[in-house]
Design a protein around this ligand. Structure first.
Ligand code: MG
Length: 486
């Protein structure tokens, strides 16, 4: 029977046989269950949660976000049936910190998953996501969910940091970026990327905690992730599940399977996106076929903006300024689509502020759980926003580069205290006093600095940044721990 899922707090809805119970008996039973079993799996089924996370896919790379030649019919349909967020941000402009933030609902500076020395983890890194962090997977598994990570991890490749140690029942994927472990006889510099071959990068493919293939055959990796994801959904159709599906692509080097070769007018990069779009279609079609679509919330987003310096092998931030690695909006504003037929109203474009960090509290609350109280969460519960019943609870977005707060957004205003990097070459930090100020609702491309006209806005944003910084407790960076030091 198809049922519209509600956000369960602690008990089942009185349907079917339960509907014949006397009301007092039902209330008594529910109360007793909640008192006796506070940590038991959710009694009523919370929604399944699926997070599809692309790597380095830009704000402008999907048809439904305005790309003129990349065809993304499945993502376009997903957006048409759900909500398309136009002011949705990742928590970092590079991989590792962004992934840590998504999975923990916290700024990476709170978990030590950022650094001023190394921007991401490397194969010679000895650190990873600390065991003390609570991931979406761990929180939902506590509520009876089956959990799987299928794709690129990049939160520590040593055993203590793998997905299987962070709440995931199973893992299939590569432990860090697909351009790492480059072999010595690969073509030098960027030559290897322009005509990539699998053998140039000795990246391992892992199942749980074992390496099963090396180098990973990246030409078939999107298809294989998809098959694993569909298999996981089928296997767990009778119980709630959390599927985290972080694709390795379109991070360079670009690979796609034979079925998608030379199909896109956008070239190789377009082929890669169109295969990911196919993959999204497979996941959604499986949910429909199993009649789980009305019991499942699916997210699609990206870890950071496009890697613009890779020319046609990098994506597009659309009308946003700059891309990956930078705290201009093109580095951190990403597509954000949420889909849950019957619960999220179809066809809405949402302008409210939201971030990937909001997925953790939203998922836990939808599953009927309580948010952890022993730590600071930077995410907000977006349930009301997604249902179209409330404005976004988020007032601010913070833009970090490593441990440095570079910029802050409050409402339509964004102040840059420091800028660094440009895909055309500038890499030195530039301090701005007064900060640069942009009114993003009017000027999403961050073209017109209006600082002189709005000193009171500058003062307010400065005060918000200072009060945030005063409350952040520094923790040792995990990204600076060398492999040899362990
Ligand atoms: Mg990335």
């Amino acid at each position: 029977m198809r049922e519209r899922n509600e956000f369960a707090e602690c008990g089942p809805s009185p349907r079917g046989p339960l509907a014949t119970w006397p009301l007092f008996a039902l209330v008594g039973w529910l109360s007793a269950a909640c008192l006796i079993l506070p940590n038991a799996p959710a009694l009523a089924r919370g929604p399944n949660v699926v997070v599809i996370f692309a790597d380095d896919l830009g704000y402008g790379d999907l048809g439904c976000y305005g790309h003129p030649t990349i065809r993304t019919p499945h993502l376009d349909r997903m957006a048409a049936e759900g909500v398309r967020l136009t002011q949705f941000y990742s928590a970092s402009s590079v991989c590792t910190p962004s992934r840590a933030a998504l999975l923990t609902g916290r700024l990476p500076i709170r978990s030590g998953m950022c650094s001023d020395q190394r921007r991401v983890l490397f194969p010679n890194s000895g650190g990873g996501l600390p065991a003390s962090e609570i991931t979406i997977a761990a929180a939902l598994r506590d509520r009876g969910y089956a959990t799987a990570c299928i794709g690129k991890w990049h939160l520590g490749h040593l055993p203590p940091f793998l997905p299987t140690r962070h709440g995931f029942d199973q893992y299939f994927g590569i432990p860090y970026s697909n351009d790492m472990d480059r072999v010595n006889d690969a073509p030098a510099g960027r030559e290897a990327f322009w005509n990539p071959e699998v053998r140039y990068w000795n990246v391992p493919l892992m199942r749980d905690e074992e390496i099963i293939e090396r180098p990973a055959d990246q030409t078939t990796i999107t298809r294989r992730y998809t098959e694993e994801a569909v298999g996981f959904i089928r296997k767990n159709r009778e119980r709630p599940f959390f599927l985290y599906l972080p694709h390795s692509l379109p991070h360079v080097p670009l690979f796609r399977s034979a079925e998608f070769a030379d199909k896109s007018a956008r070239g190789l990069y377009g082929d890669v996106i169109e295969e990911i779009d196919w993959s999204v279609g497979q996941v959604l079609e499986t949910l429909r076929e199993l009649e789980l679509d009305q019991q499942t919330i699916v997210w699609f987003t990206s870890d950071n903006g496009p890697w613009l310096s890779f020319d046609s092998h990098g994506g597009s931030a659309g009308l946003l300024r700059e891309g990956k690695g930078m705290t201009w909006d093109g580095g951190m504003r990403v597509p954000g689509i949420a889909w849950w037929p019957g619960t999220i109203p179809a066809g809405r474009t949402e302008l409210g502020l939201a971030t990937t960090m909001d997925i953790l509290p939203t998922s836990i609350r939808m599953a009927g759980g309580e948010l952890p109280t022993d730590r600071v969460l930077d995410g907000h519960d977006l349930t009301g926003l997604l249902r179209g019943e409330a404005p976004s609870p988020r007032a601010e977005v913070l833009f970090y580069r490593g441990t440095r707060l570079m910029a802050i957004r409050k409402g339509p205003w964004k102040a840059h205290f420091v800028t660094q990097g440009s895909y055309v070459g500038n890499t030195q930090p530039q301090v701005h006093d007064p900060p640069l100020l942009f009114q993003l609702d009017v000027d999403p491309s961050e073209k017109w600095n209006v600082a002189e006209r709005y000193p009171e806005v500058i003062a307010e944003l400065k005060a918000a940044a200072e009060s945030h910084q005063a409350a952040v407790e520094p923790v040792p960076s995990q990204l600076e721990i060398p492999l040899a030091g362990r």
